[in-house]
Design a protein around this ligand. Structure first.
Ligand code: SAH
Length: 336
């Protein structure tokens, strides 16, 4: 799709045909099985001050926590016991774990539990990424948030767009399966910018793409901003599926938080991944990037039951493999 065609699809009067096509492309390229990644939100300590995020360091209303190494391991073990084949370890940025500790943790999860490990811990040096890869980390999620350097600069005053993209390049060179993505409905974001975001995702040949609606957080400077809609987020998701074909795309928690059926709708227009929360219940209320986050009172097992019920009612199955990149597989399978 060209930039103009993408913009037209994002603005189409009735998205039913777009969604049906995305669902078909999803079925043909990644099948009916949905991959479950257990999400461990292991620390909300953050050194950055992103205007949209409830974990920003200027937000003094949040009680900060850091799970200990043994506690994180026990959450990963619970994920394995629930049958998940991979865990996503997410936190604020520069949250005070040494790289050596992170490496030990990753290698123990790999050795003891044999799970695929995805990290979502923000920008690090190339050396730190290399150490984490050597310790066994398989994947890394780092959203570029928006491809407009100007909007990026306005929303992330203490980060640089160039640095973020450089990190994505390093992760790729080091052999990580790489995920990135955006928020939809950021203040000042146009449909043309979202089209450019999608073209950048295509250019980066991402293995995983995560998007969600921007949900204004009352504890941030964007408290009174408008926020994104599920409708536009689903349109973007559908276009992303159509143009990137075999990418892993989650039905994200933010989608489920602005609409109780948000994740089901996403699974019907291109998504093939879910990230059930396995964070211990006592920490969940403190990990609120945005208000209205679902599953705050739930235990890991509750999230499994909810999600398996959701998939059964949609006629989808739970994948039994670790769900590595389809692109990786295509590269290894190809004769050249
Ligand atoms: N600190 C890490 C990862 C944690 S945040 C990093 O920067 O990579 C994970 C994602 O949540 C962010 O990339 C952002 O896209 C999203 N997010 C943050 N605040 C949000 C909000 N108010 N509404 C919706 N999504 C938000």
């Amino acid at each position: 799709m060209t930039r103009d065609e993408i913009i037209a699809q994002l603005a189409v009067t009735d998205p039913a045909a777009l969604f049906a096509r995305a669902d078909q492309v999803r079925r043909e390229n990644v099948g009916d099985a949905v991959h479950l990644r257990g999400l461990i939100e292991f620390s909300n300590v953050c050194g950055r001050d992103c205007l949209y995020c409830g974990l920003r360091r200027s937000n003094k209303a949040v009680e900060r926590y850091r799970m200990g190494v043994e506690e994180i391991l026990s959450s990963a073990r619970q994920a394995a016991e629930l049958g998940y084949k991979s865990v996503v370890m997410q936190s604020g940025e520069s949250c005070q774990y040494s790289v050596a500790d992170m490496c030990r943790l990753v290698s123990r999860i790999k050795k003891d539990l044999d799970l695929a490990v995805t990290l979502s811990i923000g920008e690090k040096s190339r050396e730190e990424y290399a150490a984490l890869k050597a310790a066994g980390a398989d994947r890394f999620l780092l959203r570029f948030e928006t491809s407009s350097p100007k909007l990026f600069g306005a929303l992330k005053p203490d980060s640089s767009y160039e640095d973020r993209l450089r990190c994505l390049g390093w992760l790729r060179e080091l052999g990580f399966q790489v995920g990135s993505g955006i928020m939809v409905g950021l203040p000042g974001q146009s449909l043309a910018m979202i089209a450019d975001d999608i073209l950048l995702m295509q250019k980066l040949e991402l293995d995983m793409i995560g998007i969600g609606p921007f949900i204004p957080n009352p504890l941030t400077p964007l408290a009174t901003a408008q926020g994104g809609t599920l409708d536009l987020t689903l349109r973007a998701l559908a276009v992303i599926r159509i143009v990137t074909k075999n990418t892993h795309i989650p039905a994200t928690t933010a989608m489920g938080s602005i609409d109780p059926a948000g994740r089901q709708k996403a699974l019907k227009c291109g998504a093939n991944v879910l990230m059930p929360n396995v964070t211990p219940t006592r920490y969940r209320a403190q990990y609120q990037l945005y208000p209205g986050k679902i599953c705050l009172e739930d235990k890991p097992g509750d999230c499994f039951l909810c999600i398996s019920g959701m998939l059964t009612s949609l006629g989808r199955t739970i994948a039994t493999d670790p769900g590595h990149s389809f692109k990786l597989k295509a590269k290894t399978d190809s004769p050249d």
